[in-house]
Design a binder for this molecule. Sequence first.
Ligand SMILES: [Zn+2]
Length: 244
Amino acid sequence: MNNTKQKGHIHPLTHIQNEVIKVLVEMGFEIALGPEVETEHYNFDVLNVPQDHPARDMQDTFWVKGLEKTVLRTQTSAVQGRYMEKNKPPFKIVVSGKVFRNEATDATHELQFYQIEGLVVGKDISLGHLKGTLHHFLKKLYGDDVRMQFRPGYFPFVEPGFEIDMVCFKCKGKGCSACKQSGWIEILGAGMVHPNVLSVAGINPKDWQGFAFGVGVERLAMLKYEIDDIRLLFTGDLRLVNQF
Ligand SMILES: [Zn+2]
């Protein structure tokens, strides 16, 4: 044992989380928090998720036994409704925390993972603001030459919604095994806040617009540190942790 002088240090996931929050706070975002055990109301209803949407199913969501209409939150977006009820626009918030999904684990899926969510509501907010914010944020994390592309994507709480890809960090777009030869890697989901989500919170969508985005922290870490199995991040294996 030669580790008497070894000091502990923060886990790579915490490091990425801190880095992302720092970039967003520098851009004027305020940190908002919410509970991990959440009501169906905030996790789904106020986010415009239809009653029969498959995400509400037992297969995808952990429902808390003995407590009516209570789930382990499946998304940090659950904090949106809580915040909007109590605060008048304009605002820019970042929410970071643990979320849970009832699904089988594999190299890219875990039952529990970390998400970071941004929400901006203001006057005349457009897709341009969303694009500018994400580009700035990805540049800070992955370097100035980062490029991204928007593809249409469906999330009930945004309209229009997008899945956003970043040019492959490994091959820079030429195509390789990391990006399945496409040159692009999916990195986050985003969109313009759905008018129903604003209305439910008592914000008039004719006067106010917004955008939101959500990103998996593990995904950011896996891409940045080239880790190919999400499960490694939760094993506590020091051979991994000590590399950072
Ligand atoms: Zn590639």
